[in-house]
Design a protein around this ligand. Sequence first.
Ligand SMILES: [Fe+2]
Ligand SMILES: [Fe+2]
Length: 238
Amino acid sequence: MHLTDEQMQRAADFVRSYLRRTALAYSPHNAEARAKNRWQHSLNVQKNIRALADGEGIPSDARAVCDLAALFHDIDHYTVDYEYHGLRGAETTTRFLISEGYPPQFVERVAEAVRRHHNEFDDDVPLEEQMRAIVANASLEARLLMDAETLDKIGISNIVQSLLTLGRSGNFQVNTAARELVSGFPLERAHLWYQTLVTPTGRRIGAQRLAFYEQVLAQIEAEIVTEDPYPEREPQDT
Ligand SMILES: [Fe+2]
Ligand SMILES: [Fe+2]
Protein backbone atom coordinates (compact mmCIF):
# COMPACT_ATOMS: atom_id res chain seq x y z
CA MET A 1 0.00 0.00 0.00
CA HIS A 2 1.32 3.42 -0.98
CA LEU A 3 0.49 6.37 1.25
CA THR A 4 0.00 9.76 -0.38
CA ASP A 5 1.44 12.99 1.03
CA GLU A 6 -2.12 14.05 1.86
CA GLN A 7 -2.74 10.84 3.84
CA MET A 8 0.45 11.37 5.86
CA GLN A 9 -0.43 15.05 6.40
CA ARG A 10 -3.92 14.15 7.68
CA ALA A 11 -2.43 11.57 10.07
CA ALA A 12 0.14 14.12 11.28
CA ASP A 13 -2.57 16.79 11.80
CA PHE A 14 -4.58 14.34 13.87
CA VAL A 15 -1.72 13.10 16.07
CA ARG A 16 -0.28 16.58 16.66
CA SER A 17 -3.61 18.08 17.74
CA TYR A 18 -4.52 14.99 19.84
CA LEU A 19 -1.19 15.31 21.70
CA ARG A 20 -1.72 19.05 22.27
CA ARG A 21 -5.28 18.53 23.54
CA THR A 22 -4.49 15.58 25.82
CA ALA A 23 -1.28 17.13 27.20
CA LEU A 24 -3.33 20.16 28.22
CA ALA A 25 -6.08 18.02 29.77
CA TYR A 26 -3.46 16.02 31.69
CA SER A 27 -1.82 19.14 33.13
CA PRO A 28 -1.68 22.76 31.95
CA HIS A 29 1.93 23.03 33.18
CA ASN A 30 4.12 23.43 30.06
CA ALA A 31 1.48 21.54 28.10
CA GLU A 32 2.30 23.12 24.74
CA ALA A 33 6.03 22.43 25.08
CA ARG A 34 5.48 18.87 26.29
CA ALA A 35 3.16 18.10 23.39
CA LYS A 36 5.62 19.63 20.92
CA ASN A 37 8.48 17.54 22.34
CA ARG A 38 6.38 14.38 22.14
CA TRP A 39 5.59 15.17 18.52
CA GLN A 40 9.26 15.87 17.82
CA HIS A 41 10.10 12.48 19.32
CA SER A 42 7.52 10.85 17.03
CA LEU A 43 9.16 12.53 14.01
CA ASN A 44 12.58 11.27 15.15
CA VAL A 45 11.14 7.78 15.53
CA GLN A 46 9.73 8.01 11.99
CA LYS A 47 13.14 9.05 10.68
CA ASN A 48 14.74 6.15 12.56
CA ILE A 49 12.20 3.61 11.34
CA ARG A 50 12.80 4.66 7.73
CA ALA A 51 16.53 4.08 8.20
CA LEU A 52 15.77 0.68 9.76
CA ALA A 53 13.41 -0.20 6.90
CA ASP A 54 16.18 0.67 4.40
CA GLY A 55 18.72 -1.42 6.29
CA GLU A 56 16.45 -4.43 6.66
CA GLY A 57 15.19 -4.18 3.06
CA ILE A 58 11.54 -4.61 3.98
CA PRO A 59 8.68 -4.61 1.44
CA SER A 60 6.80 -1.38 0.63
CA ASP A 61 3.54 -2.34 2.37
CA ALA A 62 5.49 -2.85 5.63
CA ARG A 63 7.11 0.57 5.10
CA ALA A 64 3.68 2.19 4.95
CA VAL A 65 2.71 0.41 8.19
CA CYS A 66 5.95 1.58 9.83
CA ASP A 67 5.53 5.18 8.67
CA LEU A 68 2.10 5.52 10.27
CA ALA A 69 2.96 3.45 13.36
CA ALA A 70 5.89 5.79 14.10
CA LEU A 71 3.65 8.87 14.03
CA PHE A 72 0.96 7.24 16.18
CA HIS A 73 3.08 5.22 18.61
CA ASP A 74 2.93 7.64 21.58
CA ILE A 75 -0.43 9.22 20.78
CA ASP A 76 -1.87 8.20 24.15
CA HIS A 77 1.13 9.26 26.19
CA TYR A 78 -1.03 11.65 28.24
CA THR A 79 -4.31 9.77 28.59
CA VAL A 80 -3.45 6.64 30.61
CA ASP A 81 -0.80 5.30 32.97
CA TYR A 82 2.45 4.97 31.04
CA GLU A 83 2.44 1.16 31.02
CA TYR A 84 -0.86 1.17 29.09
CA HIS A 85 -0.06 3.86 26.49
CA GLY A 86 0.69 1.30 23.77
CA LEU A 87 -2.61 -0.50 24.31
CA ARG A 88 -4.68 2.67 24.39
CA GLY A 89 -2.68 4.13 21.51
CA ALA A 90 -3.55 1.10 19.37
CA GLU A 91 -7.25 1.76 20.00
CA THR A 92 -7.00 5.45 19.08
CA THR A 93 -4.96 4.58 15.99
CA THR A 94 -7.53 2.01 14.90
CA ARG A 95 -10.42 4.44 15.31
CA PHE A 96 -8.71 7.14 13.26
CA LEU A 97 -7.46 4.91 10.44
CA ILE A 98 -10.79 3.09 10.08
CA SER A 99 -12.63 6.43 9.94
CA GLU A 100 -10.20 7.48 7.18
CA GLY A 101 -11.13 4.41 5.15
CA TYR A 102 -7.90 2.36 5.42
CA PRO A 103 -8.37 -1.40 4.88
CA PRO A 104 -8.98 -3.23 8.22
CA GLN A 105 -6.05 -5.64 7.76
CA PHE A 106 -3.67 -2.76 7.15
CA VAL A 107 -5.08 -0.89 10.15
CA GLU A 108 -4.52 -3.94 12.37
CA ARG A 109 -0.86 -4.10 11.37
CA VAL A 110 -0.33 -0.45 12.33
CA ALA A 111 -2.27 -0.96 15.58
CA GLU A 112 -0.29 -4.10 16.42
CA ALA A 113 3.01 -2.22 16.11
CA VAL A 114 1.69 0.62 18.32
CA ARG A 115 0.33 -1.90 20.86
CA ARG A 116 3.62 -3.81 21.11
CA HIS A 117 6.14 -0.97 20.95
CA HIS A 118 6.19 -0.51 24.71
CA ASN A 119 7.31 -3.33 26.98
CA GLU A 120 7.55 -3.39 30.73
CA PHE A 121 10.73 -5.06 31.97
CA ASP A 122 11.02 -7.25 35.04
CA ASP A 123 14.22 -6.64 37.03
CA ASP A 124 14.17 -10.22 38.32
CA VAL A 125 14.33 -11.87 34.88
CA PRO A 126 17.49 -11.69 32.71
CA LEU A 127 17.06 -9.02 30.01
CA GLU A 128 18.07 -11.39 27.19
CA GLU A 129 15.38 -13.84 28.19
CA GLN A 130 12.76 -11.08 28.23
CA MET A 131 13.91 -9.78 24.85
CA ARG A 132 13.65 -13.27 23.32
CA ALA A 133 10.03 -13.55 24.47
CA ILE A 134 9.18 -10.05 23.23
CA VAL A 135 10.73 -10.64 19.80
CA ALA A 136 9.03 -14.04 19.43
CA ASN A 137 5.61 -12.38 19.79
CA ALA A 138 6.24 -9.21 17.77
CA SER A 139 5.45 -8.54 14.10
CA LEU A 140 8.17 -7.24 11.79
CA GLU A 141 6.75 -3.71 12.02
CA ALA A 142 6.55 -3.91 15.83
CA ARG A 143 10.21 -4.97 16.02
CA LEU A 144 11.25 -2.07 13.80
CA LEU A 145 9.17 0.37 15.86
CA MET A 146 10.75 -0.86 19.10
CA ASP A 147 14.22 -0.25 17.66
CA ALA A 148 13.23 3.12 16.17
CA GLU A 149 12.03 4.18 19.61
CA THR A 150 15.15 2.90 21.36
CA LEU A 151 17.48 4.64 18.91
CA ASP A 152 15.96 7.98 19.92
CA LYS A 153 17.23 7.30 23.44
CA ILE A 154 20.81 6.74 22.33
CA GLY A 155 23.02 9.44 20.91
CA ILE A 156 22.64 13.15 20.28
CA SER A 157 18.88 13.19 20.89
CA ASN A 158 19.48 11.84 24.38
CA ILE A 159 22.18 14.45 25.03
CA VAL A 160 19.96 17.33 23.89
CA GLN A 161 17.11 16.00 26.06
CA SER A 162 19.38 15.71 29.11
CA LEU A 163 20.52 19.32 28.69
CA LEU A 164 16.96 20.59 28.29
CA THR A 165 15.88 18.69 31.39
CA LEU A 166 18.68 20.32 33.36
CA GLY A 167 17.66 23.74 32.05
CA ARG A 168 14.03 23.14 32.97
CA SER A 169 15.05 22.21 36.50
CA GLY A 170 16.70 25.63 36.76
CA ASN A 171 20.27 24.57 36.20
CA PHE A 172 21.93 26.79 33.61
CA GLN A 173 25.62 26.39 34.43
CA VAL A 174 27.85 24.92 31.76
CA ASN A 175 30.08 23.08 34.25
CA THR A 176 27.11 21.46 35.99
CA ALA A 177 25.64 20.32 32.68
CA ALA A 178 29.01 18.95 31.60
CA ARG A 179 29.50 17.17 34.93
CA GLU A 180 26.05 15.66 34.70
CA LEU A 181 26.67 14.35 31.19
CA VAL A 182 30.01 12.76 32.00
CA SER A 183 28.81 11.42 35.38
CA GLY A 184 28.48 7.96 33.87
CA PHE A 185 24.77 7.53 34.41
CA PRO A 186 23.48 8.84 31.02
CA LEU A 187 25.98 6.69 29.11
CA GLU A 188 25.24 3.67 31.28
CA ARG A 189 21.56 4.08 30.47
CA ALA A 190 22.33 4.38 26.75
CA HIS A 191 24.32 1.11 26.93
CA LEU A 192 21.36 -0.57 28.60
CA TRP A 193 19.03 0.64 25.88
CA TYR A 194 21.49 -0.67 23.30
CA GLN A 195 21.05 -4.16 24.79
CA THR A 196 17.35 -4.04 23.90
CA LEU A 197 17.85 -3.45 20.16
CA VAL A 198 16.46 -6.41 18.24
CA THR A 199 17.26 -5.93 14.54
CA PRO A 200 20.72 -6.14 12.91
CA THR A 201 20.30 -2.61 11.48
CA GLY A 202 19.15 -1.34 14.88
CA ARG A 203 22.29 -2.77 16.47
CA ARG A 204 24.49 -1.28 13.76
CA ILE A 205 23.01 2.22 14.05
CA GLY A 206 22.91 1.89 17.84
CA ALA A 207 26.62 1.05 17.95
CA GLN A 208 27.41 4.11 15.79
CA ARG A 209 25.38 6.33 18.09
CA LEU A 210 26.99 4.93 21.23
CA ALA A 211 30.46 5.48 19.77
CA PHE A 212 29.49 9.07 18.97
CA TYR A 213 28.06 9.51 22.47
CA GLU A 214 31.35 8.34 23.98
CA GLN A 215 33.27 10.69 21.70
CA VAL A 216 31.15 13.66 22.82
CA LEU A 217 31.70 12.80 26.48
CA ALA A 218 35.44 12.46 25.93
CA GLN A 219 35.44 15.83 24.17
CA ILE A 220 33.53 17.45 27.04
CA GLU A 221 36.20 16.19 29.41
CA ALA A 222 38.91 17.51 27.08
CA GLU A 223 37.40 20.97 26.73
CA ILE A 224 35.36 21.94 29.76
CA VAL A 225 36.68 22.66 33.24
CA THR A 226 34.05 21.10 35.48
CA GLU A 227 35.66 21.89 38.84
CA ASP A 228 36.86 25.43 39.58
CA PRO A 229 40.48 25.01 40.76
CA TYR A 230 40.38 28.38 42.57
CA PRO A 231 38.15 28.21 45.65
CA GLU A 232 36.18 31.37 46.27
CA ARG A 233 37.50 33.32 49.23
CA GLU A 234 36.41 36.31 51.22
CA PRO A 235 37.77 39.52 49.65
CA GLN A 236 41.25 40.16 51.01
CA ASP A 237 43.08 43.45 51.57
CA THR A 238 46.02 43.82 49.25
FE1 LIG B 1 8.08 6.82 22.03
FE1 LIG C 1 6.06 4.84 23.82
